[in-house]
Design a protein around this ligand. Structure first.
Ligand code: GZL
Ligand code: ZN
Length: 305
């Protein structure tokens, strides 16, 4: 519904329909596709929403442009997954001045001014990195393992935090990260970076990829080099989307930490509470589990994504 109030106060949609403008990062990975589906399947007309959705092709300027257009359209709520952590304060202040509440999903912003958004719904990426590192340290300690790291998008919260978590968990083990580069969360770039690692090092034991898609790209590069992924070179990834779980069940990946993309229901719930003037939690942490090869075989038939 159109925003009848002036700046400052927020009011529920006057015609009973909640107009929500959503700026999505892009369509870079299987995780993103599942996340988009969850949002589009939940924020439907029958659930009381008029969803305006935009794909930023992983460019921050496109997200800022989309948010500005939602402000101009005077939507009831703005939600987005910030592609990187920094550079949002100005546009979020514009939303605040227009009296439009903002909800963050999936990735965080580094704004020190917490009044710029109502709530942040997403996983604990540091914990995901720690879970991956702990498993690696348990499995591969005492053997002088050399690891390479496929980082997510430079400046993105999941890339920064997963790296930190993994490094803290392997500190004290004799796993050493001998090379680390961004593959921008995509399969194609993960493959290209892994090809570079394989040319530069003849002693790689382990790949830590910040998402399944880059891990799947690494598998292609390892096989093209005549080696067996999951055996000659172990692979640990994060997300647990269908293609990753299949590779895990097939023995090409050794361990996957889940990052649940099904954020639509939480977003719908928080949005309705915000518009009803109810108190909402500033931070909603989505729970994640982890899978080895046996667990993947077991879980695959009933995986929602
Ligand atoms: C994590 C999400 C990341 C996924 C990637 O919540 O932001 O972005 O791990 C996706 O697959 O591209
Ligand atoms: Zn080397």
């Amino acid at each position: 519904g159109t925003q009848t109030g002036g700046g400052g106060e927020t009011n529920a949609a006057d015609d009973g329909v909640i107009t929500l403008g959503f700026s999505q990062v892009g369509a870079e990975s299987g995780w993103r596709a599942a996340n988009t589906k969850s949002i589009q399947d939940t924020l439907t007309a029958e659930n009381g929403f008029d969803l305006k959705f935009s794909d930023a092709q992983q460019k921050q300027e496109n997200q800022i442009q989309a948010i500005r257009s939602y402000i101009a359209q005077q939507v009831d709520v703005i939600a987005f997954s910030p592609v990187v952590e920094t550079g949002w304060d100005a546009v979020l202040q514009e939303a605040k001045d227009a009296g439009i509440p903002v909800i963050l999903t999936d990735r965080a912003v580094d704004s020190s001014d917490e009044t710029l958004y109502e709530s942040f719904i997403g996983s604990d990426f540091v914990l995901e990195g720690e879970m991956a590192g702990q498993w690696a340290a348990e499995q591969y300690d005492g053997e002088g393992y050399q690891a390479v790291e496929l980082q997510g998008t430079t400046g993105a919260a999941p890339a920064i935090d997963r790296k930190d978590g993994f490094e803290s968990a392997i500190a004290g083990s004799d796993i050493e990260i001998i090379d680390s580069q961004t593959g921008n969360f995509t399969r194609a770039e993960g493959k290209t970076v892994m090809e570079g690692f394989l040319n530069a090092h003849d002693d790689i034991d382990l790949v830590f990829a910040h998402n399944d898609d880059m891990g799947l790209g690494a598998i292609e590069a390892i096989e093209a080099a005549g080696m067996t992924p999951g055996e000659d070179i172990k692979i640990i990834t994060i997300d647990a989307v269908k293609d990753g779980m299949q590779a895990l069940a097939d023995g090409k990946i050794n361990y996957i930490v889940e990052c649940n993309p099904l954020l639509g229901p939480d977003l719908a719930d928080i949005t309705k509470k915000v518009l009803a003037g109810e108190e909402v939690e500033k931070r909603i942490v989505v729970k994640d589990e982890a899978f080895d090869q046996a667990a993947a075989k077991e879980a695959l038939p009933t995986r929602e994504y």
